[in-house]
Each structure stands twice: as C-alpha cells, then as structure tokens.
Design a binder for this molecule. Sequence first.
Ligand SMILES: NC(=O)c1ccc[n+]([C@@H]2O[C@H](COP(=O)([O-])OP(=O)(O)OC[C@H]3O[C@@H](n4cnc5c(N)ncnc54)[C@H](OP(=O)(O)O)[C@@H]3O)[C@@H](O)[C@H]2O)c1
Length: 228
Amino acid sequence: MQSVALVTGANRGIGFEIAQGLARQGYFVIATARHPAEARPAFIGQSVEVWELDQRYAGSVAHLAERLRRAPGRLDVLVNNAGVMLDSGRRSALALDPDVLRNTLDVNLVGALRVTQACAPLLRESPAGRIVNVSSSLASLDGMGSGTPAYRMSKTALNALTRILAAEFAGTTVKVNAMCPGWCRTEIGGPQAPRSAHEGADTALWLASLPEDGPSGGFFRDREPLAW
Ligand SMILES: NC(=O)c1ccc[n+]([C@@H]2O[C@H](COP(=O)([O-])OP(=O)(O)OC[C@H]3O[C@@H](n4cnc5c(N)ncnc54)[C@H](OP(=O)(O)O)[C@@H]3O)[C@@H](O)[C@H]2O)c1
C-alpha cells in the first residue's frame, strides 16, 4: 500500500513545496489548508488531496483525524509546517502584547501538539512513522537574541515538544525531529530572503523519509545538526 503523508499549511510557501516533494517521492499526500477550495487547483494531477484544517480549533483537528481514520486509514509521515509570525518587526519582549504571544503559541505550539496527538495512533501503526516539526534557527537558545519574541518562544517550545515526543516514541518505529528551512522567500520570510521555498523544503523531505537507523530527537538545517 502507498505510504501516506500529511503536511499542514500546505497551500503556500514551504508547506506547499514539502507536499509537492513528497508526492514526487511517491507518497499519497494529504495537504491541509484553511481554505481548501482555493488550494486545490495548484495540486491538480498530483497524488495530493487537500483537506481543511485550522489547527487553532480542536474540532477542526478532530474532524481531520476522523476522516484520516476512515480513509486512507494509514499515516506514515506528519509534517507540522503550519505556522504564524504575528510579531514580525517587533523588537522588545517588554513591549510584547501577551495576546500576541498567546495567539502565536496557539498555532505554532498548541496547534502542532493537537495535530500530533490526533495523528499519533496511526503513526504508531506505520512501519516507519516520521514526524517533522518545522521550526526555526530563531528558536535556538544557543544563539537567542532579541526580535520577534513571540515567534522565537513558540518555536523554542516546539523544539522542546520535539525532544519530549522523541523520548516518548523511543523504542518504537516513530522518529521525531525538528528542522529549520533557512530564511526563505515566503509570506513569513519576506521577498528579500536568500532562499526559495523549494530550497527550504529540502531538509524536511530528508527527515520525512529517514531510514531505520536515522536520528530522532534532533534539530537540523541543510541536513546538518543545529545547536538547540
Ligand atoms: N520563511 C522562512 O524564512 C522561515 C524560516 C524559518 C521557519 N519557517 C517556518 O516555516 C513554516 C512555513 O512557513 P512559510 O515561510 O512557508 O510561511 P507562509 O507562506 O506564511 O505559510 C504558513 C502556512 O501556515 C498556515 N497556517 C497559518 N495559521 C494556520 C492555522 N491556524 N491552521 C492551519 N494552518 C495555518 C498558512 O495558511 P493560510 O494561507 O490559511 O494562512 C500557510 O499555509 C512555518 O512554521 C514557519 O515558522 C519559515
């Protein structure tokens, strides 16, 4: 049976490139979007279905999980790509509106957790389950500085979740890793970024199809370990 991958936030940017890349590798891809009708035309002719998901809402995640259980009833790869940067251009944590932090965490951390919890039973049944969390080098405590504090904190927390999940899945066939795509030309990255979204997708595609002896609980950019 064809392996199945689910990519969140796949209607544009890096998620779109990851979904396309996985389809090219032979996966049946479920690409999620908040507005699926708008996203579907871009995937015509590919082994991709576009399903609705807004990961801020538990009901939306539960609906996705129920649909997944019914058919295809299998999941091998989950890419938690969906994300927001709501404090772009903001410098100071002292001036950060706590609601901006709360809304950022709701998508980047809590949303990713919700989706992972919902997908975990099927991933456990896969012969080679892979979870890829799309993080950022801005999350690295090693190089932590000021600017976009809500975004940074949300991705640092996503990195922590990556480590916790890797520990919980240890001894199973499921591997969990985080990655940074680099600075890419997307809505989040802006037009002056040096990389294309296509280039940014590469490490996620690599982590999605790691062999049995591949790493788990790591943080990578350009297929190389990145400091936590
Ligand atoms: N671009 C960079 O330089 C860069 C660098 C490091 C990390 N990243 C990370 O890469 C990932 C992809 O970002 P991108 O650069 O491709 O930006 P993007 O073009 O803005 O894509 C973000 C995606 O997340 C989706 N999304 C937002 N809120 C959502 C929600 N509540 N539920 C479900 N989906 C939601 C968006 O859907 P809508 O279209 O409906 O809003 C969109 O598909 C993010 O996690 C980002 O933090 C990006």
